[in-house]
Design a protein around this ligand. Structure first.
Ligand code: HPA
Length: 275
């Protein structure tokens, strides 16, 4: 896979869209993608077409629980393009390849980006299984998709109005504590190994509430394109514990899917620009 991947992905997506707009790009994390676009999911996506990532010239995600396509359709009046699985830097690909599908969606006009992920809980307040709204991130140890002097501001990366809209929707759905979800700082680690107890403590002291191996570089790319951003983490486990496994992470993601899909279904029916 070489540097032509982003160009090819853009060409193929542009052709497939044939001028149709994208309001929202949605990226699905571990254990989330396939169920999210399945019939009857709370997302409520009316699917118009599905395009395997391979047709965009991209590698298939290798991580269990990740889908391998772009799915396009409508939620109410919004046009939504869903990447059902992620390509991570730890799978051996350059960051330009990992973000190529998102970059193509942004180039094709996506005005809002919704990021979902599984994450370990650093904060003792977080309970495995809960959904948390990402309010900020720490990308100090993660890759950036930006090259050159692109000094973009990251002072309000996760759009405050989207966070409020998610909270309102969570209250309607009865999710979280008293109808409110926790808002968290997501700390990025390169992975693929999980954290040691010492790393967990270091990330906690740096101000992280959750930890994961994705998401931050996508938020940076979305911000560089001027898109509004929302992020939701499924807290799948306590970080840094003995015996943690990807199977456990996937199980918790699966269990959280109905709530997550319903939450997103409401949020993505809204205007990405009103953020
Ligand atoms: N650490 C890093 N990434 C993760 C974790 C974790 O504990 N759980 C799910 N993704």
């Amino acid at each position: 896979m070489d540097d032509s991947a982003p160009t090819r992905a853009l060409e193929v997506l542009r052709q497939r869209l044939g001028g149709a707009p994208i309001d929202w790009a949605l990226i699905c994390g571990s254990g989330i993608g396939k169920g999210m676009v399945a019939e009857g999911s709370g997302l409520g996506l009316e699917i118009e077409w599905t395009l395997p990532l391979a047709e965009l010239g991209l590698p298939a995600p290798t991580v269990a629980g990740h889908g391998q396509s772009l799915v396009y359709g409508r939620i109410g009046e919004r046009r939504v393009c869903v990447q059902t699985g992620r390509i991570h830097p730890y799978e051996g690909h350059p960051i330009s390849v990992c973000t190529a599908a998102l970059a193509a969606m942004l180039e094709c006009g996506a005005r809002g980006v919704a990021l979902t992920c599984a994450a370990g809980g650093l904060s003792p307040l977080l309970v495995p299984g809960e959904l948390a709204i990402i309010r900020d991130q720490i990308n100090l140890f993660g890759p950036t998709p930006l090259v050159g002097p692109r000094f973009i501001p990251c002072g309000a990366l996760y759009t405050p109005a989207h966070r409020e809209r998610l909270q309102a929707r969570a209250a309607e759905l009865g999710l979280g504590q008293g109808g409110r979800l926790r808002e968290v700082v997501y700390a990025h680690v390169s992975g693929p190994q999980y954290e040691t107890p010492a790393e967990t403590e270091a990330l906690r002291r740096l101000g992280g509430d959750t930890v994961g191996m994705s998401t931050t570089y996508e938020a940076i790319l979305a911000a560089a394109h001027g898109a509004s951003i929302l992020g939701i983490a499924v807290v799948t486990n306590v970080a840094g514990v003995v015996g943690l496994s990807h199977a456990e992470v996937q199980e918790r993601s699966d269990a959280a899917l109905p709530g997550l899909a319903a939450l997103l279904g409401g949020a993505l029916a809204g205007d990405p620009a009103q953020g």
